[in-house]
Design a protein around this ligand. Sequence first.
Ligand SMILES: [Zn+2]
Ligand SMILES: [Zn+2]
Length: 268
Amino acid sequence: MSAVRNLSGALFNLVFPDDCRICEQPLENVSRIPVCPSCLSLPQPLQAESFCRACRTPFVDSYPLDEYDLCTVCRERQVNFDATYSFGSYEGPLRNLIHLFKYAKVETLALPLTRFLIRAMPLDQRFDLVIAMPMHWRKRWERGFNQAALLAQPLAKHYGLKLATNLRRKRYTKSQAGLTEAQRQQNLKNSFCVRRAGQIAGKRVLLVDDVLTTGATLRAAASALKSAGAAHVSALTLARVDRRTFGGRFAFEERRPGSTAFVAGGVN
Ligand SMILES: [Zn+2]
Ligand SMILES: [Zn+2]
């Protein structure tokens, strides 16, 4: 009898889908995505009281912005990318989905996650190329895929844009811990290179990544692209780390000469 029950159980699992990997409720529809529609619809767009007009960094109030709505970094022209766009904050349901995608390697989440990127896409901007934030081959080999590439492919297809692979990660980025400010910048500065720079020259580039953390990696990538002649570099990410909840500003806002506040340990 128990053998029959086991057999029917096995058959049941074959025919009917599993539980949602997030809320653990049984999935009602057969799908390659192991997350229920409700959990997929939970992430909410970023809410911020103020945004820098140039880089789109959100702030808790308008205090860090000048009369032109620019943040300190943009005002002092320390920023080398043109803008950042993110769907939501890196917390709660969106963070859960990104973790499932990136660390539990549920690659079928790429399409539903790309829909959040599409919702965050600026309507008043035009781009020539989409580039996935590259991963060093060793890291890619360890993880098995580059999550940014899985997001960039359907995004480029949706907008009929060219997906370029000219940006490369040159070397395995060392840990940022214990380095001086100058060493940190140098460490990341040489971590990207552009192949066939002629294809980038004069182009408006959209860099796609899953999460924007401190912006340090974005600055290094943007620096390589601008050196290759890119006319514009913006970043589009699913989520950004929201430091407002910790009462602080964004890391690159804190990154002033002589400052030790900028900690970019887990560079992303
Ligand atoms: Zn669910
Ligand atoms: Zn700014």
